[in-house]
Structures are given as C-alpha cells and as structure tokens.
Design a protein around this ligand. Structure first.
Ligand code: GTP
Ligand code: MG
Length: 197
C-alpha cells in the first residue's frame, strides 16, 4: 500500500473546490505546527511530498495526495493558529468543517496531538464535530521524541481516558515521531487494516 508512487493531485482552498471523490480518503488534522505534513511525508516515505515549516500556518489548503489507485491522503491546514488574520482563520475553519462533514469517501480522520501538550479546547471542538458527524477518527500523538518516556506514557493514558466516551473514536492511540520513525509502521498497519474493512 505504501510502497507505490505517491503524488500530489489537488489543492483546495474553498469548500466548493474539492476534487471529485476517488477511492478511499484519509485526512490528517490538528493544530498548526503539530506535525501533520511531516507525518504525511514519514508515512509515504517521501521527504518533500507535503511542505513542512517551523512557522505555524504553513499548510493553508487541503492538499490531496494519491497513494496508488486506492488511497488518497489529505493534508489539512492547521487550526488554532493565533497569529493568523481573523478572516483567514474563519475561512480555514469553514473549509475544514465543510470537508469533514460532507465527504462520503472519508474513511477516517487522523487527529494529531502534540505529545508535549495534549488535547486542547480547539482539539475537543474538532472531536465534537467528528462525533456529531459520525466520522471515524484516530488520535495520533506527534513529536514523541520530545517528552521523557514516563511523560509520554502518562500522556497516552490521559488521552485514552479523554476518548473513552467518544462514539467515533478509534480506541488505539498511536505515539509517533516523524523524526525517529517511531510508531510510523504501526500507523501504516492501522491504515492498511482500515482499508481492508
Ligand atoms: P501547519 O501546516 O502549519 O499546520 O503545520 P504542520 O502540522 O503540517 O506541521 P509540520 O509538519 O510543518 O511541522 C511543524 C514543525 O514541527 C517543523 O519544524 C517540524 O520539523 C517539527 N516536527 C514535525 N514532526 C516532528 C517530530 O516528530 N519530532 C520533532 N521533534 N519535531 C517535529
Ligand atoms: Mg502542514
């Protein structure tokens, strides 16, 4: 699944500019700078497929990448970026909401949470939206190379507890690091299993 060619197919900055649906889509969502684009690159083994940056707000459109014929990966703009212009935040939020609510071939959303910071109020809003829209989602902890092992374990347990009563949450939380590759193959297996369902 991840061995094939990965290629950029589409960038959408407005909800009425989404590409026609093809195959199964999975999307990567999360706060600005959490490591979405980096994880897309780690998963596909292509260092420069999705554009990454030290500066939050790098990804400003929904970017669609095909992995072979069956799977399409969507790198989403980050939310919760305080320094962005108000009207920009509003238009991203509209785009993200319209996409997450109305995409029939969206099999799962990977909600990325910085393992140093845990779930924040705007993350919980996104989880609420996914639960209400009955869109399956899985929480992935990013930058797992940063915290001490004991802190990471505590973060996993705390996140697990926070998800327990959420109807659309997939029960397995994946700690990952795009830097070290930790958890990336496990996440690939989760995705492969999802596609086999
Ligand atoms: P936006 O597109 O702005 O929403 O950001 P993003 O979520 O796509 O984050 P991006 O992948 O661009 O990474 C943001 C910053 O985090 C960059 O400086 C990355 O080098 C860093 N980063 C990403 N993954 C990791 C990781 O696994 N470990 C560490 N330590 N840093 C990481
Ligand atoms: Mg990005």
């Amino acid at each position: 699944l991840f061995a094939g060619e990965a290629g950029f197919v589409w960038a959408a900055s407005k909800a009425d500019n989404l590409p026609p649906m093809k195959g199964v889509e999975i999307a990567f969502a999360g706060r600005s700078n959490v490591g979405k684009s980096s994880l897309v690159n780690a998963l596909t083994g292509r260092k420069t497929l999705a554009r990454t940056s030290h500066t939050p707000g790098r990804t400003q459109e929904l970017n669609f990448f095909d992995l072979g014929e069956a799977l399409r990966i969507v790198d989403m703009p980050g939310y919760g970026y305080a320094a962005a212009a108000k009207e920009k935040v509003a238009s991203w939020t509209r785009l993200i909401k319209a996409y997450l609510r109305g995409r029939a071939n969206l099999a799962r959303v990977y909600v990325l949470i910085d393992s140093r910071h845990g779930l924040k109020p705007n993350d919980l809003e996104v989880l609420d939206l996914l639960d209400v829209s009955a869109v399956s989602y899985q929480v992935v902890l990013t930058k797992g190379d940063e915290p001490k092992a004991a802190d990471l374990d505590r973060r996993i347990a705390e996140t697990q507890a926070a998800l327990a009563k959420r109807p659309a949450a997939f029960p397995i939380i994946r700690p990952t690091s795009s830097r070290t590759g930790e958890g990336v193959s496990e996440l690939r297996s989760d995705i492969a299993r999802l596609l086999a369902e």
